[in-house]
Design a protein around this ligand. Structure first.
Ligand code: FAD
Length: 464
């Protein structure tokens, strides 16, 4: 039996098995949680390995709220578990519920409850750092824990690390970044500020009153403001003044965006700073720099709000994301890799596992399209993600879900939204359990079988 050790000298023969499961899910973000819960609800014994100290990944530890809508009339929920999540979030926030948004701290707790109630075994503070591959299958993974390397065995593996870490450690092929330059999307460090006098701040935004770039929400909708390099926003002159006075830098203005935070009466969440010069999420030095430089930006920005906005006199930084905001890094080679042209042409697939019409969203993305662009589908204005995008082209018992599935750079910029990650995770979890039940490999299942089971469970798709 051939044994390939892809993990930089791990001595597998010296490791005893620490834990084992039918389905091992690597990464507990939006996709991983849904994969784990879905597989467990189908009767599989599931272990979820997560390097952070809690679930939610980018959504929770990266402080990324809100989750985008799919922008299809009727907002179909292609994941039955997402419908359950909606209910749990609504139940928590009650009359303060804002559609598609939740206090990220509570969101993390809800995700953990969904896992524990479904008997998913959780393993935190453990980073997947190696994979043992035997005859084209992953037989075990190595995880770096406090006291060293531990071995975990499984029958089916789902890579939900966002960075395709398991696939890459197992020697599978992958793509990274823009097809011409290899450069990834910019990384961000999100934070939250509390203690804001919201009435004073709303009055301040009302003096600008531009629905696209500065709105208090008093006339309907949410409070929102944004400034970035490419567009003239209502608040931009204020940013320019602060730059001229030495209170901000040009980089502070590269991408700045704020939202209200549901459940936090006096809180604002910020989708910045964003680093166009720090893009490689697999380089720990760059990740460190996002954190260190990012925190200096955050403090400078708080001081800017106090001096130039109204309502921030007693404001303070309440959260800085422990996890760097990574939009895109590595993507697996799948049985089918979704393309930007599929997206723009709003291509349909039999047995799709997710439907979406969120646009191409490449930050700072110039030179994306040189080819003739396909026309969309005016009758059915959405694209679909086929199950085959989750199936590894290289390893028999490996699925992926979330932002690292088989998709090109352009397609990934849309499918990465959390609601798609939820349905991808659910599909991968159901597929893994089905494979065990039917003694098949993921590549032998059809999308119809997987989406059929999702629908039986309550997932809703727009009529094809
Ligand atoms: C700044 C920013 C703003 C965004 N804004 C929005 C928005 O407004 N709405 C929206 O819907 N989407 C938004 N997105 C996109 C969306 O949040 C992400 O694409 C999505 O959450 C990714 O989910 P995931 O499960 O694929 O990956 P992640 O959430 O990144 O989860 C991966 C998990 O795997 C763990 N992990 C990684 N490597 C290992 C390892 N080796 N071993 C063990 N565990 C590991 C990580 O700790 C993490 O918990 C945004 C993204 C960013 C970065």
């Amino acid at each position: 039996m051939s044994v390939r050790t892809q993990s930089n000298g791990i001595k597998w023969e010296e490791l005893s098995t620490y834990l084992s499961a039918d389905v091992v899910v690597c990464g507990g973000g939006s996709a991983g949680v849904f994969a784990a819960v879905a597989a467990a609800r189908e009767g599989a014994k599931v272990l979820l390995v997560e390097s952070q100290g809690g679930l939610g990944g980018t959504a929770v530890n990266g402080l990324v709220i809100p989750y985008m809508t799919v922008r299809i009339p009727g907002e179909p929920r292609c994941s039955y578990l997402h419908k359950e999540l909606d209910k749990r979030v609504e139940e928590y926030h009650k009359e303060k519920y804002v559609v598609n948004s939740c206090d990220p701290m509570v969101f993390g707790i809800i995700l953990e409850q969904m896992c524990t109630e479904s008997k998913v075994q959780l393993l935190f503070h453990s980073t997947v750092c190696g994979a043992q591959v035997q005859e084209g299958r992953i037989s075990a993974i190595a995880v770096a824990c406090k006291d060293g390397i531990r071995k975990i065995e499984g029958k089916m593996f789902i890579d939900c690390t966002g960075d395709a870490s398991l696939a890459v450690l197992a020697g599978a092929g992958y793509e990274q970044g823009h097809p011409k330059t290899g450069v990834n999307q910019p990384m961000s460090l999100r934070y939250m500020v509390d203690g804001v006098d919201m009435e004073a701040f709303k009055d301040f935004l009302d003096t600008y009153n531009d629905p696209a770039s500065a709105t208090s929400g008093r006339n309907g909708g949410n409070m929102y403001a944004a400034v970035w390099n490419k567009t003239e926003g209502a608040l931009k002159p204020l940013f320019r003044e602060a730059i001229a006075n030495g209170d901000l830098t040009e980089q502070d203005m590269a991408y700045w965006q704020m939202f209200t935070t549901p459940g936090r009466e006096n809180g604002i969440a910020f989708n910045n700073p964003e680093f166009f010069d720090l893009t490689d999420a697999c380089d720990p030095l760059q990740l460190t720099e996002v954190q260190v430089r990012g925190k200096a930006f955050i403090l400078r920005q708080l001081n800017f709000y106090k001096k130039y906005f109204k309502g921030f006199d007693n404001a303070y930084i309440s959260n800085i994301a422990p996890m760097v905001g990574i939009r895109e890094s590595r993507r697996i080679h799948a049985k089918y890799d979704l393309t930007g042209m599929d997206l723009l042409g709003q291509k349909k697939f039999s047995g799709c596992i997710s439907q979406c019409n969120y646009p191409v969203d490449v930050h700072g993305g110039a030179d994306l399209f040189q080819d003739d662009l396909p026309e969309g589908d005016p009758e059915k204005p959405w694209y679909e993600i086929p199950y085959d995008c989750l199936v590894s082209a290289d390893l028999d018992n490996l699925l992926a879900a979330g932002r690292c599935i088989g998709a090109d750079f352009i397609a990934q910029s849309s499918i990465r939204i959390q609601i798609c990650c939820h349905s991808m995770g659910e599909a991968a979890g159901i597929a893994a359990a089905m494979c065990l039940d039917k003694k098949l490999q993921p590549g032998q299942l059809t999308g119809e079988e997987v989406s059929g089971r999702m629908k039986e469970r309550g997932a809703e798709f727009v009529q094809e």
